[in-house]
Design a protein around this ligand. Structure first.
Ligand SMILES: Cc1cc2nc3c(=O)[nH]c(=O)nc-3n(C[C@H](O)[C@H](O)[C@H](O)COP(=O)(O)OP(=O)(O)OC[C@H]3O[C@@H](n4cnc5c(N)ncnc54)[C@H](O)[C@@H]3O)c2cc1C
Length: 275
């Protein structure tokens, strides 16, 4: 089975950010990814930015995959956006519920991502390859691990083609999740999401909110470097390269890198892996 490699960006907010992302893309394009994905702000914060970024990617001749979150959206909003993407000849969507913005009380017309997947399939048949999110360490709002697995199965049954995981640092969590899902009859590829390590406090904050566990030994070691960013980066490269290697050797069907719009770490990891 061929492996799928992809890179994720967020929509830049300034002209300098747009230029930086162009440079990043130029550097990462040499690795011939299957697609570049672009995140989407739940509740509408970066929707224009997502569209602008995917248009640019498509115009450069690469496949773009916009993320689409449905929290707070109406069916009409989503239908309109899907039609725009289709007109841009986009064939891949990362379909999500999205994080509920603080203060939001109304969910909108979709409650969970499986409803969005169902909607896209119903309206557009097989035009879109639909990616969904997977959580090897379980989603922080899930009532239980069992419920979260049942939710993943619902997304697959609704018509998802493949999945990208939340990032994690423990490969066993990924392999155990894949086994659990396979035991439930789901066969779609589950590509690990990989977060390079640049900055400890940012990573710790983000990991706490999204439910990704930083192993104690790694947390303490990163913490002990304080402001020594070179050491943090060097340890990060070793740890993440080793993680990627274990995942690929264990049968992962590719890797999806959360680039944070920078090419440096990802390029080094890629080269060290000899991909
Ligand atoms: C690869 C990837 C890309 C991402 N990109 C973005 C992005 O661009 N923009 C953004 O805002 N966020 C993004 N996120 C974050 C994501 O939106 C959040 O994690 C969000 O909280 C959940 O989205 P989901 O699609 O996984 O939701 P869902 O699959 O709907 O699950 C959300 C929660 O609801 C629970 N649940 C599902 N169905 C039911 C039910 N019937 N009853 C009770 N509970 C239920 C699930 O167990 C889970 O806890 C991304 C995450 C990943 C892994």
């Amino acid at each position: 089975m061929s492996q799928t490699f992809s890179f994720e960006f967020f929509p830049p907010k300034t002209p300098e950010g747009v230029e930086k992302l162009r440079n990043t893309r130029r550097q990462l394009a040499q690795f011939k990814p299957a697609f570049f994905s672009v995140t989407f702000g739940a509740g509408g914060t970066t929707q224009e930015g997502t569209l602008a970024a995917v248009r640019e990617i498509q115009a450069e001749g690469f496949a773009a995959a916009p993320h689409l979150s449905c929290v707070g959206a109406t069916r009409a909003n989503v239908a309109e956006l899907l039609q725009i993407y289709r007109n841009e000849n986009i064939h891949r969507i990362v379909a999500l519920r999205g994080d509920i913005p603080s203060g939001m009380v109304e969910f909108g017309e979709f409650r969970y991502a499986n409803e969005l997947v169902e909607f896209i399939r119903r309206e557009h048949g097989d035009w879109f390859h639909i990616e969904v999110a997977a959580y090897p360490e379980y989603h922080p709002q899930a009532r239980s691990a069992h419920d979260d697995l049942a939710n993943f199965v619902r997304k697959a049954q609704a018509g998802a083609n493949s999945a990208i995981t939340q990032y994690f640092f423990n490969p066993d969590a990924y392999f155990a999740f894949v086994d659990e899902v396979r035991a439930r009859g789901v066969t779609l590829p589950i590509v690990p999401g990989i977060m390079p390590i640049n900055n400890f406090s940012q990573l710790a904050r983000f990991s706490d909110s999204c439910g990704a566990e930083i192993p104690r030994w790694l947390r303490l070691k990163l913490q002990s470097y304080g402001d020594d960013t070179a050491s943090i980066k060097a340890l990060g490269l070793d740890v993440i390269t080793d993680l990627c290697r274990k995942l690929l050797e264990g049968g992962a069907p590719g890797l999806h890198f959360y680039t944070l719009n920078a090419a440096g770490n990802v390029s080094t990891i890629w080269q060290r892996l000899g991909l």
